[in-house]
Design a protein around this ligand. Structure first.
Ligand code: CU
Ligand code: CU
Length: 471
């Protein structure tokens, strides 16, 4: 029942809430403002926009040795090159008064607004326009040399923080190496690079991620028991922080962190013997360690047992973490890390594979066909929150508790409990087509970005699941 409620809720509102598109917002804005605006009428012409919602008067003048616009009246009275703050949808009226006996004008870059010239002392021009497009735009005088001399200010439409776009850090859950088969022990060389990137956290919001190789989680590393694993960790020259790696698959101090504190521009190498099979978390271990982990520096390493794991049709790589931004969930712009919220374990975002709703879009959802056997390697980077991982509408046929592949799996499990710095393996066969929602069953986190989809295609299977009465 709870699962059904959650599913219905996701379908009706939550996904759309998580992924509002700029297009839909623009369309909404058009709806509210009566459609796209005609550019402002030419200088002096009566504008057919109705009464102004907000009016500004600017007078041209000198400011010691510079040329400037100065506000007249209201909040901007006397302010040099004042920022003109308006709401999206406002009809804005600007009156330009010439305070000098020389030619000036005013245009707004990106808005197709121009007053035309004022030539004489005290000459005025008034222009009205609809502030449709959100953002910050420069206004300035176009007379040669005047902008450079100081006649420039800003028109700010809407909140000062603007939607931000960064690179995707999302690790596709299908991006992992295949089974090693029956090969014997060998040398496995792994190259990792510490990369700090401004990545997309949510629609309109970015965050300064720390990553291994540009994604969250980092690369899925696959070796077998008895392998010699050589880890080469580089840190980009452009990094601001030292980075390192602690692999829980290692027997040795710091899991490798003692040999891999790598300053920006440096490279360090260490080698370990894979003694214990299992699925293990790796992460950066440079203070403040939780800061580096929350920012994305974690991943999984699988040490296969002799002969490997049972073959399945599909394998997926999913990791959960939480992000502590100073700004509230849903804020726009570049969001900043808040160490106090981290100390208080009070995150704003919960994420699968690095970003809000990362695995809920077609580009990155998990896909399978009816009848497929599916394996999910599910790890938690954290740094702090245990995941009650659950797939709505599925039952895990086999579960490997705490990632132990040398113990017998347990069968028929609904929800697993994955601790920070831990990973489990779940396996199940998909019997019925449709979308299955990946959640942490601590479901408040769903509304903070933690959601994924397993999309299953194939023939309906009414023997197992159908609407209506039993035949
Ligand atoms: Cu780091
Ligand atoms: Cu650790």
């Amino acid at each position: 029942m709870l699962a059904l409620t959650a599913l219905a809720c996701i379908e009706s509102t939550d996904l759309s809430k998580l992924q509002p598109t700029v297009d839909s917002l623009t369309a909404r804005l058009d709806e509210l403002t009566g459609g796209p605006v005609t550019p402002a009428a030419p200088a002096g012409a009566p504008a057919d926009l109705g009464a102004a919602d907000i009016e500004f008067t600017l007078i041209t003048g000198g400011d010691g040795h510079n040329l400037v616009f100065r506000g007249v009246g209201g909040d901007i009275d006397g302010v040099v090159n004042p920022t003109l703050v308006v709401e999206p949808g406002d009809v804005v009226q600007i009156t330009l008064i010439n305070g000098q006996p020389t030619e000036h004008d005013l245009v707004i870059d990106g808005y197709n607004v121009a007053t035309g010239s004022v030539m004489q002392m005290d000459e005025e021009r008034t222009i009205s326009f609809l502030a449709e497009q959100e953002g910050t735009f420069a206004y300035f005088c176009t007379i040669a040399g005047h902008r450079a001399a100081g006649m420039e200010g800003k028109l700010q439409v809407g909140a000062a923080t603007q939607a931000a776009a960064g690179t995707s850090v999302i690790k596709n859950p299908a991006d992992l190496p295949g089974p090693l088969g029956s090969r014997g022990p060998q040398l496995v060389e792994v190259e990792l690079v510490g990369q700090e990137v401004e990545g997309q956290l949510a629609t309109g919001a970015t965050y300064s991620y720390f990553t291994f190789n540009g994604t969250v989680p980092g690369p899925f590393i696959r070796a077998r028991v008895g392998d010699t694993v050589e880890i080469t960790l580089s840190n980009e020259t452009s990094s601001a922080f030292t980075h390192s790696i602690d692999l829980h698959a290692v027997n040795g101090p710091g899991g490798g962190a003692v040999y891999t504190q790598v300053a920006p521009g440096e490279t360090k190498v260490f080698t370990f013997q894979a003694l214990n099979p299992g699925i293990y978390v790796y992460h950066c271990a440079t203070p403040s360690v939780p800061h580096h982990i929350t920012s994305g520096m974690y991943g999984l390493i699988l040490i296969e047992p002799e002969g490997g794991l049972t073959p399945v049709d599909k394998e997926f790589y999913v990791m959960q973490g939480e992000i502590y931004t100073a700004e509230d969930f849903g804020s726009q712009g570049l969001l900043t890390f808040d160490p106090q919220k981290m100390a208080d374990e009070n995150p704003e975002y919960f994420v699968f594979n690095g970003a809000a709703g990362a695995l809920a879009t077609e580009e990155n959802w998990l896909t399978a066909n009816v009848g497929d056997s599916v394996r999910i390697f599910m790890g938690v980077g954290g740094p702090n929150f245990t995941s009650s991982f659950h797939v709505i509408g599925e039952i895990f046929d086999r579960v490997y508790p705490f990632g132990s592949v040398t113990s017998e799996p347990i069968s028929d499990v609904q929800t697993i409990s994955v601790p920070p710095g831990g990973a489990w393996i779940v396996e199940f066969t998909v019997d019925v087509p449709g979308d299955y929602i990946l959640v942490d069953h601590a479901l408040s986190r769903l509304e903070r970005g933690l959601v994924g989809i397993l999309h299953v295609e194939g023939e309906a299977n009414p023997d197992v699941f159908h609407e209506g009465e039993a035949p």
